[in-house]
Design a protein around this ligand. Structure first.
Ligand code: SF4
Length: 430
């Protein structure tokens, strides 16, 4: 085992689950975020039979099954043995961190090119190249096909964004960040993307593995600058198809080829086994062959049989799914809290839902209220209009700041927090 792999942290997987406050957590890495109704049903049954029935959608377009025991985890693996989501071994699983445009392969929403074969080929190369097992487990590859919804604001270590250029569609290659702040290092045609991805991953591994991650990315860029400079035309034009569409992509959207798309959200990305079974049934009834997980914890359902839609929309609303882009729960962020997280002392998500009413008023766009189980702030790394930081069932309040910021006053009960939010809003509106 290399020095780096000894030092690195690790992320949970299906083969190597993580202990949490409510048992073992298994992260199922979907291929390209794709979830067939059959696989959705398998995962729902797994959550109900082997876990505690709770399922998380993650910000990397994966699915987590919670509440497993050692014994039931072994049963889960046996049950999923023939599914395509299990890797050969935990080290192969740990580095299979590939984000792709959620609707890759569907022609309806403006993709410049089909990237499906690209990320599938990278999947295989990552599994086959033993040297790449030395990559840090959170090292993420991202492929944006230029269509909607865009991954422009999603951060990754190595990103390939499809763009227009003077020689047609090409991929802009960049290191470390969102499309706006990642460092561009060249561009290439689609038939070279996988080759460059592997080359750059090897270059990253040649950097100083004792250095901080961002330093390694900078070193990698320096190593590569000369070799990629001639890879193509750097006058590129990204598209911004999101301007007139809601973000996150929730609601009903007409496609260009006669199909429609439904975007469904879940408070904090949390659903139950019954919710996922309901989605599998709906997908089959509506003529949807694949559900698409997204980094916004939204499931996209392209469908071509609209007749049963009204009945399913009623059902989704009854199950508490978010189907309206103006739903105030979209202005809330909350980490799993107690009992799901070992560090937590406070049930953050139920408490956050009690304050839903204030979240949208605190910020017309994005997150207005962040409820964090501790100062780590896992659910939302940025500043929010109001951040609540829990300790022993009470909350410290940070206005226009982050969970790590200084808490100016003593912690309050959730009822006192509600009163304080009313006062804050009244002062803002006066
Ligand atoms: S913010 Fe704290 S309590 Fe919440 S999930 Fe992270 S570590 Fe756990």
């Amino acid at each position: 085992m290399t020095r780096a792999s000894l030092r690195r942290g690790w992320c949970p997987g299906a083969l190597r689950p993580m202990p949490t406050g409510d048992g073992l957590l298994a992260r199922i890495r979907l291929h390209g975020g794709k979830l067939s109704p059959f696989l959705a049903r398998q995962l729902a049954i797994s959550a109900r039979r082997f876990g505690n029935g709770l399922i998380d959608l993650t910000s990397r377009a994966n699915v987590q099954i919670r509440g497993l025991s050692e014994a039931s985890h072994a049963e889960l693996l046996a049950y999923l043995r023939d599914s395509e989501v299990l890797d050969e071994d935990p080290s192969a699983e740990a580095i299979r961190n590939i984000l792709a445009s959620p609707l890759a392969g569907t022609a309806d929403f403006g993709a410049l090119t089909d990237i499906t074969s690209i990320f599938e080929a990278l999947d295989q190369r990552l599994a086959a190249d033993m040297h790449l097992r030395g990559l840090p487990p959170k090292f993420t590859f991202l492929f944006d096909d230029g269509g909607w919804p865009s991954l422009a604001e999603v951060s990754a270590d190595l990103r390939f964004d499809a763009c227009h250029s003077s020689c047609g569609s090409v991929f802009r290659i960049a290191l470390g960040g969102t499309r706006a702040d990642a460092r561009p290092i060249g561009c290439c045609k689609s038939n070279k993307v996988v080759e460059f991805a592997i080359k750059i991953a090897h270059a990253f591994l040649a950097t100083d593995d004792e250095a901080p991650h961002n330093t390694r990315l900078r070193q990698c860029a320096t190593l590569l600058d000369a070799s990629l400079a001639t890879a193509g035309d750097k006058t590129l034009h990204s598209r911004d198809l999101d301007k007139n569409l809601p973000h996150p992509p929730i609601g009903l959207f007409p496609g260009t080829t006669g199909r429609s798309l439904l975007g469904l959200g879940f408070a904090f990305g949390r659903m139950t086994a019954e919710d996922l079974l309901c989605l599998a049934d709906a997908a089959e009834d509506l003529g949807c062959a694949t559900l698409h997980a997204t980094p916004w914890r939204v499931l996209l359902m392209p469908f071509d049989k609209p007749t049963p839609l009204p009945r399913w929309l009623e059902q989704f609303a009854a199950q508490g799914f978010i189907i309206d882009p103006n739903d105030p729960r979209l202005a809330l962020a909350a980490c799993p809290g107690a009992p799901a997280c070992k560090n937590a002392t406070t049930p953050t998500q139920p408490d956050a839902l009690r304050l839903t009413h204030y979240a949208k008023q605190l910020s017309k766009q994005g997150i207005g209220l962040h409820v964090s189980g501790c100062a780590k702030g896992c659910a939302y790394a940025q500043a929010a209009a109001v951040t609540l930081v829990a300790a022993q069932g009470r909350y410290g309040i940070v206005v226009d700041g982050k969970a790590q910021d200084q808490i100016p006053e003593p912690h309050l009960s959730i009822e006192a927090v509600a009163t304080r939010l009313q006062t804050l809003l009244a002062a803002r509106n006066s």
